[in-house]
Unconditional design. Structure first.
Length: 402
C-alpha cells in the first residue's frame, strides 16, 4: 500500500493503518500496492439538516455520505431549526451527533440570534467551547455594526468568525450568475459584487479588531484578489472554495436545479482565478458546502429550485480527475486542501482515521448510489477516476465498498 501525506501527521496514523489491517483479516486484500491510503479528509462546511429538516438529511445519513467520500471529520453549519444560538438549541444538535454520527462532527454556532443579524447569539457572547466556530452561513450579516460587535467579541475569546458574504441589497432577485448564460437565456443574475463587497467590508473590520476571520465558498476573481491582498498585509484571514467553482463556469449551466447553488457558478475568469488561488495559497482549503434537499425541492428548474447541491461523495474523485490527473496541482497539494489546512485552521486534531482508494478505477458518477438523502449534483454522469474502497474511523470500518 502507499501512504499519501502521512508526513502531515504523526506516526500514529501509520500505526493505526497497520493495526487495523492486522486486526481485520477480511480487508487484507486492500493492503497491497494497488491501493492508496489517505488520512481522513476534513470538510469545514457541510449541512446535515438536523434538527429541523431531517427529510433532507440527518446526522447519520450525512456522516455516512462523508465516510463514503473519505471524510472522517466535518463541521456542520447552523442554519437549522432551531438555530444553535443558545445552550438549549445546541444541545438538540449535540444529542443527535452523539447518537447518530459515524465520524467526527463539529457544530458551528450562529453569530446572531436565529441568524436574523440583529443580536449576537448567546453562544458567541459566552464563547461556548462545544462549537468549532461561529457563522450565520446561508445568510450574510447585513449590519456592519453587528459584524463589528461579533468580531470584537470573537477577538476577546480567540474565536473564529466564519462568514457567508452576501449583500442582500445587490441580489435583485437573482438566482444564477449575472453573466453570459443568464443574459442569453433570460434569467435574473446575481452580480459578483454581492459577494466581494461584503468581503471588502469585513476585511476592514478585521483590520480594526484583529479577529480571526474565515470566508466561506468564495466564487469570484475579486474575492481572490481581496483576500490575497489582506494576507500580504498580515491579517488573520483564511478562505475556502468548493469543487464546483473549480470545475464549471456559467457556460456549463443547464436548465435544471442541480446547477443551482449559492454563490452561483461564475464565469471562466472567476474559475481560473480560483484555480490560481489554490495553487498560490490564497485559498486555504476546499470545502464541499454539502447542502442536500429533497428531489421535489430540486426539480423546479434554475429559477424555482432551492439553492444547494450535495458534494461529500464526489469531491475527491472530481478534484483528482480535473486537477491532479491534468497536472494542475499535485496529489500532495490536494490532500493539504482537503484535510491538513482545515484541521490546522480550526484546531481539529488528527483523528487517526483513513481511507483506502483505487486511484485507477474509472466510473461514471451515479447519484442513485449516494448514501446522502440528497441526490442533486451537477457532476451526475461525469466519468472520473478514484474510488473509495474503505473508510476507517477510530479503528472501525465505517464505509466499505460493496
Amino acid at each position: 500500500m502507499t501512504l499519501i501525506a502521512a508526513k502531515l501527521f504523526d506516526n500514529s496514523m501509520e500505526e493505526s493503518v497497520i493495526r487495523f489491517f492486522a486486526d481485520n483479516n477480511r480487508f487484507s486484500s486492500l493492503n497491497n500496492s494497488k491501493f492508496t491510503i489517505f488520512p481522513g479528509f476534513c470538510d469545514v462546511h457541510v449541512h446535515f439538516r438536523e434538527p429541523g429538516f431531517v427529510y433532507k438529511e440527518d446526522t447519520y445519513s450525512g456522516s455516512m455520505a462523508a465516510a463514503r467520500g473519505g471524510y472522517t471529520a466535518v463541521c456542520t453549519m447552523p442554519n437549522l431549526n432551531p438555530v444553535p444560538d443558545c445552550d438549549e438549541n445546541l444541545k438538540l444538535q449535540l444529542d443527535s451527533i452523539k447518537e447518530k454520527a459515524q465520524i467526527a462532527v463539529f457544530p458551528y454556532a450562529s453569530i446572531t440570534q436565529a441568524q436574523k443579524g440583529k443580536v449576537l447569539s448567546t453562544l458567541l457572547v459566552d464563547n461556548d467551547k462545544r462549537v468549532v466556530a461561529f457563522s450565520d452561513d446561508g445568510r450574510g450579516v447585513q449590519s456592519e455594526e453587528i459584524m463589528l460587535k461579533a468580531m470584537t467579541v470573537a477577538k476577546q475569546h480567540n474565536a473564529i468568525i466564519v462568514a457567508h458574504c452576501e449583500d442582500n441589497a445587490l441580489l435583485n432577485g437573482g438566482y444564477i450568475h449575472k453573466g453570459s448564460y443568464a443574459e442569453r437565456n433570460g434569467h435574473r443574475g446575481i452580480c459578483s459584487e454581492s459577494e466581494y463587497s461584503q468581503i471588502e467590508r469585513d476585511i476592514e473590520l478585521v483590520r480594526k479588531t484583529g479577529c480571526k476571520y474565515h470566508v466561506c465558498h468564495i466564487s469570484t476573481k475579486e474575492s481572490v484578489e481581496l483576500i490575497a491582498k489582506a494576507k500580504r498585509e498580515g491579517l488573520d484571514i483564511t478562505c475556502e472554495t468548493a469543487p464546483h467553482y473549480l470545475v464549471f463556469n456559467d457556460e456549463d449551466l443547464k436548465e435544471c436545479g442541480s446547477y443551482k447553488m449559492n454563490p452561483p457558478i461564475r464565469g471562466e475568469e472567476d474559475r481560473l482565478a480560483l484555480i490560481e488561488g489554490i495553487k498560490n495559497g490564497t485559498i486555504d482549503m476546499i470545502a464541499t458546502d454539502h447542502a442536500p434537499h429533497s428531489a421535489e425541492e430540486k426539480s423546479l428548474g434554475l429559477e424555482k429550485s432551492l439553492f444547494g447541491i450535495v458534494g461529500l461523495e464526489t469531491a475527491f474523485p472530481i478534484l483528482y480527475t480535473h486537477l491532479v490527473k491534468k497536472g494542475v496541482i499535485t496529489l500532495q497539494k490536494l490532500i493539504e486542501l482537503l484535510n491538513f489546512n482545515a484541521r490546522k485552521r480550526f484546531n481539529i486534531t488528527s483523528d487517526v482515521g483513513f481511507s483506502v482508494w483505487d486511484l485507477d478505477a474509472e466510473y461514471e458518477i451515479d447519484a442513485k448510489e449516494f448514501l446522502s438523502k440528497g441526490k442533486s449534483t451537477p457532476f451526475s454522469g461525469q466519468t472520473v477516476n478514484g474510488k473509495n474502497m474503505l473508510t476507517v474511523y477510530k479503528n472501525k470500518a465505517i464505509y466499505v465498498k460493496e
